[in-house]
Design a protein around this ligand. Structure first.
Ligand code: GLN
Length: 476
């Protein structure tokens, strides 16, 4: 039977004829069918995936050289455009929308030989931490189906966790790749802001959004990043820095490192006691291995969640104004008097409660009377965080922290309290506020049976160092 460990090994199996792309695709199609209750996918591109697998097999057997992601079966979060395919952002407002072009990241995946197997469920417009905000039903954690997978890229995390694809692409505005990776026990990488083109990614908060990668191991994340990172004429915010050979980088031998952790992250009252003690053990182990690990004061910790929610809702209120019932998606069937009423009704019917809450919040913090008190203030805090971070990375190679303060919670339990849900993001939003890369490594398991992760962050565009250090931690 087909069994996936990593892309390099899979390519070895293709070479010897032990397996084929068609067999791999069939394996995943069968798995997806048998695990349908997880609700990880919104749509499967079965026929298309089979046809592409056959074509790739024929090319390879015909002696054609293979691309770096030849036959790699990828799932994509349903906020990433794939031309000719539905694109819903897990929202009723886009239910019948078809993408008219492909995201640059998708073009790169396809050019490298990947097979896209389907669209993955998520929180509506990537807003949420539990995947309960999808208009198409909650996603279940495969480790315990009564628990959430995290969000907003929950379907993408579960798909890797439950072997419903080899790797997935998600998006991370405040933790949406790392937090579900933590809850599901997989690797979740959010690269530096501007490392991967956002062209074709539905915008939530444009100065925070970044496409991220879910995988079972570091080598696969490094390979996918190498393929999809880099300059793009269609995104003026993407970096033109050359893309390093990440896969080569992780093979390099690691010296000892200087690592910081923020004292306040470990003394935070919301942090689960067992997560705390396992992270403390990890710190001791790192010291034992010769690394220098030091506590750094971070007195801004309690400001980062409010700052994040002021700035992201402001950007979202502007970004989501394009969904007006005229140009995209759902339009009310009610008889209306004027254009304003058409907008109002279409948006009221089309958007779910959390998205509406955030549009209202964002409109409020941008309104004339409150702009300085909220939006300007939050921008100032963001600048302080950026300055502080550059100081930290003058002295340290990495910052480590828990990824999330708790393990995956039960479905339905945090629904009523937005603040409680927002606090689940306390350790992840920092990297998006300052634009640095961050990864969640599935290193731990809790006595409640759930996995959880260690978050490692590096200075901007230091993904090579981040990935090679992560690899050494995973191997240890
Ligand atoms: N949970 C965070 C939010 O709801 C993060 C979302 C994201 O990264 N897309 O905004």
């Amino acid at each position: 039977m087909f069994c996936f460990t990593d892309i390099q090994n899979y390519h070895g199996q293709l070479k010897t004829g032990e397996t084929t792309c068609a067999q791999a695709v069939q394996f995943y199609l069968d798995r997806i069918k048998s695990q349908q209750d997880l609700n990880a996918y919104l749509e499967i591109f079965a026929e298309e995936a089979i046809a592409r697998a056959n074509a790739l097999d024929a090319e390879r057997m015909g002696g054609k050289s293979i691309g770096p992601l030849h036959g790699v079966v990828v799932g994509i979060k349903d906020v990433i455009s794939f031309k000719g395919h539905a694109l819903s952002a897990a929202s009723k407002i886009l239910e019948n929308y078809t993408a008219v072009y492909s995201a640059s990241a998708i073009e790169q995946l396809l050019a490298a030989g990947a097979i896209i197997i389907g669209r993955q469920n998520c929180d509506e417009f990537a807003m949420g931490s539990s995947n309960e905000n999808s208009a198409f039903g909650a996603v279940k954690n495969a480790a315990d189906k009564e628990r959430v997978p995290g969000g907003s890229s929950g379907g993408s995390a579960v798909a890797v966790q439950a072997d419903l694809c080899m790797v997935s692409l998600g998006s991370d505005t405040g933790g949406s790749v790392r937090q579900p990776a933590d809850f599901c026990g997989v690797v979740g990488l959010k690269p530096s802001y501007g490392r991967i083109s956002r062209y074709g990614l539905i915008a939530y908060a444009s100065s925070f959004d970044q496409i991220g990668i879910f995988s079972k191991n570091i080598a696969d994340a490094a390979l996918v990043l190498e393929v999809i990172a880099g300059a793009d004429d269609f995104d003026s915010t993407v970096s033109t820095k050359p893309v390093p050979a990440y896969v080569q980088a992780i093979k390099q031998k690691q010296g000892t490192k200087k690592i910081a952790y923020f004292k306040e992250t470990l003394t935070h009252p919301g942090l689960d006691a067992e997560i705390k003690s396992q992270i403390e053990n990890q710190i001791e182990q790192l010291r034992g291995a010769g690394h220098v690990v030091e506590a750094v004061d971070f007195d801004l910790l309690n400001f980062i969640v409010p700052t994040y929610y002021v700035l992201t809702t402001a950007e979202a209120s502007s970004n989501l104004s394009r969904f007006d019932g005229i140009r995209f998606g759902h339009r009310t069937a009610e008889k209306v008097e004027d254009l304003a009423e058409l907008y109002k009704l279409s948006r009221t019917e089309g958007f779910g409660a959390e998205v509406q809450r955030r549009i209202l919040l964002g409109t409020f913090v941008l309104s004339a009377g409150y702009f300085d008190a909220y939006f300007t203030k939050a921008q100032q805090v963001r600048q302080k965080l950026v300055d502080f971070t550059s100081q930290v990375f003058k002295q340290y190679d990495f910052i480590i922290s828990p990824t999330v303060p708790t393990t995956a919670f039960k479905i339905g339990t945090k629904h009523l309290s937005a603040t409680e849900m927002f606090l689940a993001d306390i350790y992840t939003v920092y990297a998006n506020l300052v634009g640095i890369p961050a990864i969640s490594l599935p290193l731990f398991s809790h006595s409640n049976g759930m996995p959880f992760g260690l978050q490692v962050m590096s200075a901007s565009f230091e993904e090579s160092a981040l990935l090679s250090f992560s690899n050494s931690l995973m191997e240890a």
